[in-house]
Each structure stands twice: as structure tokens, then as C-alpha cells.
Design a protein around this ligand. Structure first.
Ligand SMILES: NC(=O)c1ccc[n+]([C@@H]2O[C@H](COP(=O)([O-])OP(=O)(O)OC[C@H]3O[C@@H](n4cnc5c(N)ncnc54)[C@H](O)[C@@H]3O)[C@@H](O)[C@H]2O)c1
Length: 258
């Protein structure tokens, strides 16, 4: 398509780059011309994900844990060392944690989920924003979830963490007042992925769940694909979204409309 959003020469930093949504999104950003800095804690999968990028793409892979401030400062410094700027930050790494009702859930799990999904997102913005503010340009896209918009039984820590991501996004957008730095988040719904299967099967005591039971409350009557999330990130990253900041974009086949 000739009228697709182009991101030629933009520097895109992507965390959770080895996961389903991160990999698909960095592939699309690269296909549209961006240079990629791919960050994940899983070295093996990260290598594979970067290998799958279009041949023309300029890319750097960095193994880092988003919960460790020195790692976060390190991946930002590494990105700047190679490319001198950061135009797009897809702050996406996350975990679902254990699947259990609050009364049976462990506090260790609660802390761990908040540590990755909230502290990780906070640290990413803390270390990327100074560069974007100095450039007076940039787009941050945090990954929340529809679990950040509505309640979700058996994944209370995850839901709380994603509500927090929306709050962090809106607060950061306000802190960028008067600049050309925009901060938004996406709220994917049920995306065909390892994470969704873990949640659905975990809620069913480990037993498989018939697809109709999952689609039941989705007006689109199917799961979404990571390839349907990536273009929303590309849009928010682009100048086409120049008046969009502080927003939470649902990509959920209508799930939260009901
Ligand atoms: N899959 C879905 O249905 C769905 C729906 C809504 C939101 N989300 C969110 O989208 C994001 C990506 O999810 P996904 O489906 O691609 O999951 P995934 O498990 O495939 O990918 C997550 C990636 O994050 C990485 N990661 C986890 N903890 C990390 C840490 N401490 N430091 C660095 N990297 C770390 C993992 O190694 C993994 O590669 C997550 O934030 C998730 O909560 C997913």
C-alpha cells in the first residue's frame, strides 16, 4: 500500500520485543522505515525476533530487565549511543502473573506483576522522557489492556497494574504540556497469544476452553491478532497522531463496548 503511514529514519525503542505483540509491532515499524532498538529479558527469543525483521532494517538487540533501573538506563544509553535520538518508545513488556482469585493469590505474585507492569513502564518513561523533551519531539506508547478499563476475575494484580498504566500515561501526557512529546497507551483485548491462553486455561483449572466460550462477549466474534494491534501503535507513533495525547486506545473487537 502506498498510503501507509511511513516512519522512515525514525528510531523506535520496543520493550517486550521478543513477545507476540512486541515482535509483530517492531516488524511493522521496521517495514515502515523505522530503525529498531529491541529490548527483552529473554535473550534467545529476542535474537529470533530480531532475525525475523525485514532484511533492510537497521536493528539493535539489548537484553535487559525492565524492572531494574540500571538496565533501563543502560538500554536508553545504548540506543542513544547507536542512533543519537529516540523518536518512538513502545513501552510494552508485561506479564500476566498467576491466575487465581484474590483470596488464593499470593502477595509475591501481586508485587511481581506490579513490579514488571507498572514499575517497568514508569522506569522506561523516566529514562526516555528526558531525551524526548530535549529533542522536543517523540511519541510514547505504553501497553495497558482492556483489563485496565474493566475488572477481570482471577487476574486482579494484572488488572490493577493495567489500570495503573493508564494513569501513568495520562499523568505523563500532562507533564509533557507545551512540548511536541505525546504519550498514549493501547488497550488490547483478547489477542491470540500465549498470554491469553494462559489466562483462559488458568481460569478453567488448566482444562481447554471451547472457542465459543471465549468469543461469547466479543462483538467481533473472534480473537484479535497481534498484527491488528501493531498498526495502532504505528499510527500513534506517527505524525498522523499529532493531536493525540493522553489517550487509551482500545483494540478489542468491541469487547468493552458491551
Ligand atoms: N496477549 C494479549 O491478549 C494481551 C492483551 C492485552 C494486553 N497485553 C499486553 O501486551 C504486552 C505484550 O504481551 P504479549 O501478548 O506479547 O505477551 P508475551 O508474553 O508474548 O510478551 C511479553 C514479553 O515481555 C518480556 N518481559 C516480561 N518481563 C520482562 C522484564 N522484566 N524485562 C524485560 N522483558 C520482560 C517477555 O520476555 C516477553 O518477551 C504486555 O504488556 C501484555 O500485558 C496482551
Amino acid at each position: 500500500m502506498t498510503d501507509s503511514i511511513r516512519l522512515d529514519g525514525r528510531i523506535a525503542l520496543v520493550t517486550g520485543a521478543a513477545g507476540v505483540i512486541g515482535t509483530e509491532t517492531m516488524r511493522l515499524l521496521a517495514a515502515r522505515g523505522a530503525c529498531i532498538v529491541a529490548v527483552d529479558r529473554d535473550a534467545e527469543q529476542l535474537k529470533l525476533a530480531v532475525k525475523g525483521l525485514p532484511a533492510h532494517a537497521e536493528a539493535l538487540a539489548i537484553v535487559a530487565d525492565v524492572t531494574r533501573e540500571d538496565d533501563v538506563a543502560g538500554y536508553v544509553a545504548h540506543a542513544l549511543g547507536k542512533f543519537s535520538r529516540i523518536d518512538i518508545f513502545f513501552n510494552n513488556a508485561g506479564i500476566e502473573g498467576e491466575i487465581a482469585p484474590i483470596v488464593r493469590a499470593s502477595v509475591e505474585n501481586f508485587r511481581r506483576v506490579l513490579e514488571v507492569n507498572v514499575v517497568g513502564v514508569f522506569l522506561g518513561m523516566k529514562h526516555v522522557l528526558p531525551t524526548m523533551l530535549k529533542q522536543n519531539s517523540g511519541s510514547i506508547i505504553n501497553t495497558a489492556s482492556i483489563a485496565g478499563v474493566i475488572g477481570s476475575a482471577d487476574i486482579a494484580a494484572y488488572s490493577a497494574s493495567k489500570h495503573a498504566v493508564i494513569g501513568l500515561t495520562k499523568s505523563a501526557a500532562q507533564e509533557c504540556t507545551g512540548t511536541n512529546v505525546r504519550v498514549n497507551c493501547i488497550c488490547p483485548g483478547m489477542i491470540d497469544s500465549r498470554m491469553l491462553s494462559a489466562i483462559v486455561v488458568g481460569r478453567n483449572n488448566g482444562a481447554p476452553v471451547p472457542p465459543e466460550k471465549v468469543y461469547d462477549r466479543i462483538p467481533a466474534r473472534r480473537l484479535g491478532l497481534a498484527a491488528e494491534v501493531a498498526p495502532i501503535v504505528a499510527f500513534l507513533a506517527s505524525d498522523d497522531a499529532s493531536y493525540v495525547s493522553g489517550s487509551a486506545y482500545t483494540v478489542d473487537g468491541g469487547r468493552t463496548a458491551s
